[in-house]
Design a protein around this ligand. Structure first.
Ligand code: FEO
Ligand code: CA
Ligand code: CA
Length: 629
């Protein structure tokens, strides 16, 4: 496989090719536990959507009518699309706020259609491939913090190089266009636009100084020659989903960090199990950073990969602040971070690890949060847990401690995946975003898909048996699992769970692959990924799936955003993205009259129609300027 070929692979496809997973040995178990569509509907869809179609005795909890949720949806659903545009319902309009390469500062050099933007000042423009985002109201200004997950190397570097850096400056340009943008935006007559030169504007990229704090800070596995104390690192990587703390800071989540590292020679043997579990390979993912910078060469800097894979806290109000990597929140391929408070004020963070057969995590702080009180240590001192889902629709959070794992506290943080494998956590169908309902004590997690469910092991050799919240072998459509903590306490160790929806294609299948009862020909989608609740209690679901619109995916069209009623289970389509894109990242303006959505890796030449496609942040409003969330 050439580097050019690697540039075409998704992160998970690359990991699979590099580290092929063992096949599931107990095929009988797969067959035995395969669940018919009828069985799934009767036994698993219990809280909401299935409720209407189910016998009352199957209900685990009564449906809750969300306080303040308007009856029905405030828009008419739209059909699927396969074109190169964004579509929204009648009565709504959309506009581009910022595109890859747009200057954040007046001294930045503008976008270059031939080369995707020059190196000069590439750390002072809006980065590429937007992902998670959160909005903040600071000093009366509207500030957005938004991730730039990765770069398309072929379009950022001169086409003749086919996406392979030719020198350290090419590498630096790629590094500059990833990470995070913090920027002020303002609404004008012509729509929302970047407030160029705002004092809040800031780019955080692959060389920005960071602090490492929490239980693993200072551990030998985090030390390098450049940082013998193991407490200061450079850069944040694979910035996927996001989170927001009650104290007004931004959380950016490092997901596919592994592909940035490579090896010029031998890899340290004692670190091999960790490298393998996290997908660190000699070749890297084609970024070639290790060719130009010893920091990314694990032969020379073996511990550098341990300094990525964390959740990073950024203060959007202070552009001079140093981002903080919180090791207490564990190291894995972090999707997003959903932060809620337990009734007693402890901080609870729900986190998914997006890889086939990896796990769902929770952190519970030791101390409690109170508005205006110091927040130091709230994301550092506490307990990390991992979820076990039982077939009887209950589950338990399993504490990862020295007693339960035999590992030290620092090792639990650095090798969270291995710790989780030791306590019997449930292997999941790629946990993506987690969101909590503002009107009920319940959390939702998108399990995007898992084509090897029932067929192979996970990266740690754990079975990916069919069952529980992962009920379909060769799961190509995905589902959303939901749990309600016992005692209405997010810090409780036990919960009930159900499936809010199983995506599928009922026009093709009448078994489990047809999806759950709330899937119909009018709302087909696959691979739920981004997710957030609005203030009214509607759950918004974004997709990152196959958009071929053929075969198993016939009738699903381009990637899209849908809205769901958590009580009735009804789901309808709100938006479709341009062909080739993923719809990811969602937040609202302070006045709730604008919804901000990210369009990542569009195809064609969207939105300019002038050569290269440019990932963008868009704003969606009602024509009557009414509330949109
Ligand atoms: Fe970056 Fe799992 O999505
Ligand atoms: Ca995602
Ligand atoms: Ca995804």
């Amino acid at each position: 496989m050439t580097d050019f070929d690697k540039a075409e692979l998704s992160a998970d496809a690359w990991d699979e090719q590099t580290f092929p997973r063992p096949q599931e040995s107990d095929f009988d178990r797969v067959v035995e536990r395969a669940i018919s569509r009828r069985g799934v509907l009767g036994g698993i869809l219990a809280f909401g959507s299935g409720a209407a179609a189910m016998a009352a005795e199957l209900l685990i909890a009564p449906p809750l009518r969300a306080e303040g949720l308007a009856a029905g949806f405030p828009f008419d659903p739209i059909p699927t699309q396969t074109d190169a545009q964004v579509h929204v319902p009648k009565g709504y309009v959309w506009d581009v706020v910022a595109r890859w390469g747009d200057p954040l500062f007046s001294d930045a050099v503008g976008y270059d259609i031939a080369e995707g933007g020059p190196l000069q000042k590439s750390d002072r423009v809006f980065g590429e491939n937007t992902d998670g985002m959160e909005t903040f109201r600071i000093d009366g200004r509207q500030v957005v913090a938004i991730n730039h997950e990765y770069v398309n190397r072929k379009t950022n570097l001169p086409a003749a190089q086919k996406g392979k850096p030719a020198d350290a400056w090419d590498q630096r340009k790629l590094q500059n266009l990833q990470g995070v943008t913090v920027m002020e935006i303002a609404e004008q007559e012509t729509g929302w636009a970047v407030a160029v030169d705002s004092r809040f504007n800031r780019r955080i990229h692959h060389n920005t100084p960071m602090l490492l704090v929490g239980p693993a800070a200072g551990h030998d596995l985090l030390k390098t020659d450049a940082d013998p104390g193991g407490s200061r690192s450079l850069g944040t990587f694979g910035n996927c989903g996001s989170g927001k703390t009650p104290w007004g800071t931004y959380l950016t989540c490092e997901e596919n960090f592994n592909g940035y590292f490579g090896a010029s020679g031998e890899m340290q043997a004692d670190l091999a199990p960790g490298y393998e579990r996290y997908g660190i390979s000699p070749d890297g993912w084609g970024y070639e950073y290790h060719t130009w910078d010893a920091r990314f060469d694990v032969t020379q800097t073996p511990n550098e990969p341990h300094r990525a894979g964390w959740i990073v806290e950024i203060d959007p109000a202070d552009p001079d602040s140093t981002p903080v990597k919180h090791t207490g929140l564990g190291r894995f391929k972090h999707e997003n971070a959903e932060v809620v408070l337990a009734p007693d004020g402890r901080v609870v963070v729900f986190m998914g690890d997006d890889e086939r057969g990896e796990f769902l995590y929770r952190f519970v702080s030791n101390a409690t949060y109170a508005s205006g009180e110091p927040t130091d240590g709230l994301l550092d001192e506490g307990t990390l847990y991992v979820a076990r889902f039982d077939d009887d629709q209950t589950g338990e959070w399993l504490a990862l401690t020295p007693e339960t794992t035999g590992l030290t506290q620092a090792e639990i943080c650095i090798y969270s995946r291995m710790a989780a494998s030791l306590v019997g956590a449930t292997t999941m169908d790629r946990p993506e975003w987690i969101a909590t309902n503002p009107n009920a004590v319940e959390a939702y997690c998108c399990l995007t898909n898992n084509k090897y469910r029932g067929l192979r092991m996970n990266a740690g050799g754990g079975a990916m048996a069919v069952g529980g919240p992962n009920p379909r072998a060769h799961n190509r459509y995905g589902q959303i699992v939901r749990w309600r903590p016992h005692g209405k306490d997010y810090a409780a160790d036990t919960f009930d769970w159900d499936l809010y929806v199983m995506a599928g294609n009922p026009t093709l299948y009448d078994d489990a692959y047809g999806g759950s009862a709330n899937i119909n020909a009018g709302n087909l989608f696959n691979s739920p990924d981004g997710m957030a609740f609005d203030s009214r209690g509607l759950v918004w679901i974004q997709t990152d799936g196959k958009d071929s619109n053929t075969g198993d995916y016939a009738g699903m069209g381009n990637n899209q955003m849908l809205a769901g009623d958590p009580v009735t289970g009804e789901i309808i389509r709100f938006m479709t993205g341009p062909k080739g894109c993923e719809v990811t990242g969602l937040s609202w303006s302070a006045d709730r009259r604008t919804m901000f959505v990210g369009i990542q890796h569009p195809g064609g030449s969207w939105p300019d129609g002038a050569g290269l496609p440019r990932s963008s942040l868009i704003a969606i409003k009602r024509e009557d300027n009414g509330l949109v969330g």
